[in-house]
Design a protein around this ligand. Sequence first.
Ligand code: ADP
Ligand code: MG
Length: 443
Amino acid sequence: MTNLHTSQWNDIIGHVRVNFPDVLRGWFSNLEPRHIRHGVLTIAADNPAQVRYLTKHCRHPFTEAAQAATGMLVSVHFETDHPEPTHTVALSFKHELPELTLNDDYVFDNFVTGPCNRLAHAAAVAVSEAPGKAYNPLFLHGDVGLGKTHLLQAVCHTVREREPNRRVLYLSCETFANHFIEAVEAGALNQFRYRYRNMDALLIDDIQFLGERERSQEEFFHTFNTLHQAQRQIIVCADCCPAEIPSLQKRLISRFNSGLVALLDRPCLETRMAIIRKKAKLRCIEVPEDVIKLIASGIETNIRELEGALVKTDALSQTHDGVITREIALEALGSLATRRTVLIPDIIDLVSSRYGVRVSDLQSRKRTKSITFPRQVCMYLARELTSHSLEEIGGFFGGRDHSTVLHGHRLIGEARSRDAQLDRELGETSNLLARTQQTKESL
Ligand code: ADP
Ligand code: MG
């Protein structure tokens, strides 16, 4: 079923045929339009190989053709109902293919690098070019919406493209755990182990959930060891560094730390602008530079939301002749925009007077306990109340690196949950900082 007229579909194929004869293939006659939803025309192909070809070579021709035929600013997506012929061993228990489908857009070409993610990106590229050799394991961590899943899937795309015979498995931690339980219940542990321990590369997303699953954690530990000893690649990502994953066994923390641990930090303005440019290009949306800057300034902490603002701006512009202006972007940003309400110098001033230490000491490299504690309180509040990156926060305190800030944040967070008085004090300080800011704004 499709909400596209047959004549429109014929126009699309005709447009591609006339204007892009080089990409045309005989099997295009079997392509089927599925639907247009949220500005995306989905086209079904017969098999994954065709989907790969279409995605790589035909996205632009089909987008242009679809826009010409429908008069709408649509983009295109190719998919198939037929699974990839699997190189892995067939299993006898229920879910044979626990793998997540990859997002075609999550490739290295579409990933924008900046100071916030350069190391993570370079490590992922290196691993995709030489699985099991470059960094093993590779552990990526960062807040939600900063590109962890994108990088993991980009590694899968690259390995599959370069060496189609490699057995690569990408899945969520949740799927791994569920699959393990199913295998236990079905008495199929041997098959489970055979499957996982024979991979050339195993990529697990959101590994922080492993802490809560005791038996799966145990199983994962042995899977990890077997793969690692055989020099097979392991890549995992989480929303925090290994030591901060709740209930993760020490031996797994040390395994993760034995490879490369790379952070995806919050992007700076310049990187956010570059990401919007890239996303706009992918979606064939024309956005003036001043609007790019406006959106990038409004959303600071989550790239998914940044993308959401772009899409919303584009959608709103459809009611204004499709032209994107600052006014439309402001309307779209509306409630999405996160404003940097608290300033780090204000945090430092307040903490310095509360704890009776000098501002210059907080910003120095002194490590006496009477100074370290309030400094960690500052780092904690800066991380909680501002949208500065770890790197930027470290810059306010004698140029400390991101791991020091993370460490300080974790220590105070833990102390806060144990100590009711500290909890109250931090609550009061946060409120006071918010009020200070409001007063400044109303002046
Ligand atoms: P996470 O897994 O860290 O929560 P995702 O990988 O799902 O985040 O990223 C969220 C969205 O932001 C995705 O659409 C992704 O393509 C995009 N994104 C994140 N980082 C970048 C980047 N550096 N360049 C381009 N797009 C990015
Ligand atoms: Mg993710």
